[in-house]
Design a protein around this ligand. Structure first.
Ligand SMILES: NC(=O)c1ccc[n+]([C@@H]2O[C@H](COP(=O)([O-])OP(=O)(O)OC[C@H]3O[C@@H](n4cnc5c(N)ncnc54)[C@H](O)[C@@H]3O)[C@@H](O)[C@H]2O)c1
Ligand SMILES: [Zn+2]
Ligand SMILES: [Zn+2]
Length: 388
């Protein structure tokens, strides 16, 4: 039985990936009602549990159970850490409550399915999408899965996530993907979140076209994913901007034609020298006012600024300059609607996102993994894999 909770959010902002999305009313089903009663017979697993700002613990938690007929329980084989998990740990995402198992990326094996799951069976090897979608609501019908009325970004946020032995996936038929036989499992983990984000919110929203000159501000996992997927559309120049020299060097090996370090060079001047009158597409993949400013300075008439970064404060929008230049600005939260296409591209070796993985850890070393990922520049880290 699905219990509906009418959750009045008159004064509350729901935070998604650090973005505070104000809305007033949300209907939640069993997806948020997942408390498992602990009895003597409760099965136990390990999970990375949020303990409040700045605190986390790798500890015993109840193994998830099927709560709705559309659920699946997946045994996690490999997971990773996202910048959003670091935001949560800083206390930036107040909708994550103490006791929540973190993580919204990973691959695994189906352990159990609910009676209404049709596309999967026990033992299937699956990729977990960071976005849960029912496939039936008005938003899902428009492929805006991030706004699914009974899903969206809930894993490791409103329900327990993937940094654990097992995870419960609601609406399994629409929120999991079969991993093709022989596929690189680590590459698949990059498909849960970062690759669709760079592709959909950076490259597709920015409408990258053959021959375009593009600039990507920020060479983290998201900027790198935009760099990899932009090359589907054959831009003529890809300029990566970051102050981390290691990341810039890696970006060159992934196809960047130019790199700029803003602590050493004037980005706008160098880009003006390199292009006739700026770039066709500027992808913002940091989330601070300075980098949005760079995008506004380097965009050419008719160009697109695709904002991917999660901003914690407002930016200085230069509308008085942009309107007359016919500039388009886009924003967005990943929908993962291009995941099936990306999966095929990775399978055919069109792109190799596993090259973003710099460090590997066992599950019981997850605290070390957080330490490395949290000090990415010092540790020369881009993406970490956790798995046995
Ligand atoms: N829109 C979405 O759906 C979505 C989804 C996931 C993540 N994000 C956001 O995308 C952004 C990037 O994510 P990430 O995981 O790659 O983050 P990250 O922190 O790993 O990478 C950001 C990069 O920006 C660089 N940087 C910082 N300040 C800079 C400056 N002034 N000039 C140039 N470079 C600078 C850093 O050196 C770093 O390499 C974050 O804001 C994240 O929250 C958005
Ligand atoms: Zn993420
Ligand atoms: Zn839906």
């Amino acid at each position: 039985m699905i219990v509906l909770i009418f959750w009045l959010e008159e004064f509350m902002d729901l935070c998604i990936n650090g973005i505070y999305l104000p809305f007033n009313f949300k209907i939640m089903s069993t997806n948020v009602m997942e408390a498992v009663k602990v009895t003597e017979n409760t099965a136990i697993m390990k999970g990375l549990v949020y303990q409040g700002p700045g605190e986390k613990k790798w500890m015993d938690v109840p193994k998830p159970k099927i709560l709705a007929p559309t659920d699946a329980v997946v045994k996690i084989l490999k997971t990773t850490i996202c910048g959003t998990d670091l935001h949560i740990l800083k206390g930036d995402v107040p909708t994550v409550t103490k006791g929540r198992v973190l993580g919204h990326e990973g691959v695994g094996i189906i352990e159990e399915i609910g009676t209404a799951v049709n596309n999967f069976k026990k033992g299937d090897h699956v990729l977990i999408s960071c976005i849960t979608s029912c496939g039936k609501c008005e938003y899902c019908k428009k492929q805006m899965y991030s706004h699914c009325e009974d899903g969206g970004w809930i894993l490791g946020h409103l329900i327990d996530g993937t940094q654990a032995g097992f995870v419960r996936i609601p609406h399994a038929d629409n929120s999991l993907y079969k991993i093709p036989a022989g596929a690189n499992e680590e590459a698949m983990v990059m498909l849960s979140d970062i690759l669709p984000t760079g592709h959909e919110i950076g490259v597709i929203n920015g409408t990258v076209k053959p021959g375009d000159t593009i600039a990507i501000i920020g060479a983290g996992p998201i900027g790198m994913s935009a760099l990899l997927t932009a090359q589907f559309y054959s831009p003529s120049k890809i300029i990566m901007v970051d102050m981390d020299e290691n990341r810039l060097a890696v970006a060159k090996t992934f196809g960047a034609t130019h790199t700029i370090n803003p602590t050493k060079d004037d980005v706008a001047k160098l880009i003006a020298k390199e292009t006739k009158d700026g770039v066709d597409v500027a992808i913002e993949a940091v989330g601070i006012p300075q980098t949005f400013d760079i995008c506004q300075e380097i965009i050419r008439p008719g160009g697109h600024i695709a904002n991917v970064g999660v901003h914690g404060k407002s930016v200085d929008l230069q509308l008085q300059k942009l309107w007359i230049q016919n500039i388009t600005i886009t924003t967005g939260l990943v929908n993962t609607n291009t995941t099936p296409m990306l999966l095929k591209t990775v399978e055919s070796n069109g792109i190799s996102p596993e090259k973003l993985i710099t460090h590997r850890f066992k599950f019981d070393q997850i605290m070390d993994a957080y330490e490395v990922f949290g000090n990415a520049a010092r540790e020369k880290a881009i993406k970490v894999i956790i798995g046995d």
